[in-house]
Design a protein around this ligand. Sequence first.
Ligand code: PAF
Length: 274
Amino acid sequence: MQEISNEIIGSGKSIGFVPTMGYLHEGHLSLVKASKSENDITVVSIFVNPTQFGPNEDLSKYPRDFKRDESFLLENGVDYIFYPHIEEIYPQGFQTYVIQEQISSFLEGAVRPVHFRGVTTIVSILFNIVKPQRAYFGQKDAQQCAVLKRMVTDLCFDLDMKICPIVRESDGLAMSSRNVYLSPQERLDALVLSKSLSLAARIIEKGERDCNKIKTIALALLKEIPSASPDYFEIVDFDTFEIVSTLESKKSYFLVAACKIGKTRLIDNQLIHL
Ligand code: PAF
């Protein structure tokens, strides 16, 4: 892959890169489309990265179907699929990790302690292999985007981070490879996540600025569904991702929520501008 990338760059062409863990859906396709419209060559990686899963998480049962992903990507005009073996990425003796200190320490970072260390490490490795000019990520993982943007700035990666909007099912559920775990009843129950975000956005639109009040109402809605156990509902600053307690005008925020539906943990968020 490094040789191919060197040749592409040597011939004066740009590389757009979409890192994924496979089991692709329309959300990934939107990233591919954005990359194809802005670059000469689009590379998609498929790698279920073990270092970003904790010991009690879903690494072994994470959905995988390379043949399906391959035809989906080829149908959609991707130039290269980078599908490495685990030993190529983490050979024996591997012992170097990338740690983003602050943004990765709370919310997802608090619930999933090794997660962001795994993400920043694998994304650094992939950037060094694929050497993209632009890299595409979905806003659904808003905290991951904030962590990676900070890493790219701090470590001077020579590329542009492109964050693309969340793609939702027609009923509002944010697309995610993990949605396949949901039973038909849980699939219906899972709508409560996007509904809690819309409810909070409506309350804010009506003038509420006290985050505790907004949070309490949103969490109460999540708790109405018996299969739902919320991890958090918070409002964070758009730039720093810090949790805020009062909303200020002319600023942008993310409403962020994480909730288990049955055994499946889902996250979602909504961007608001005041
Ligand atoms: O968002 C994902 O699918 C993963 O965290 C990523 C960025 C591909 C790293 O493994």
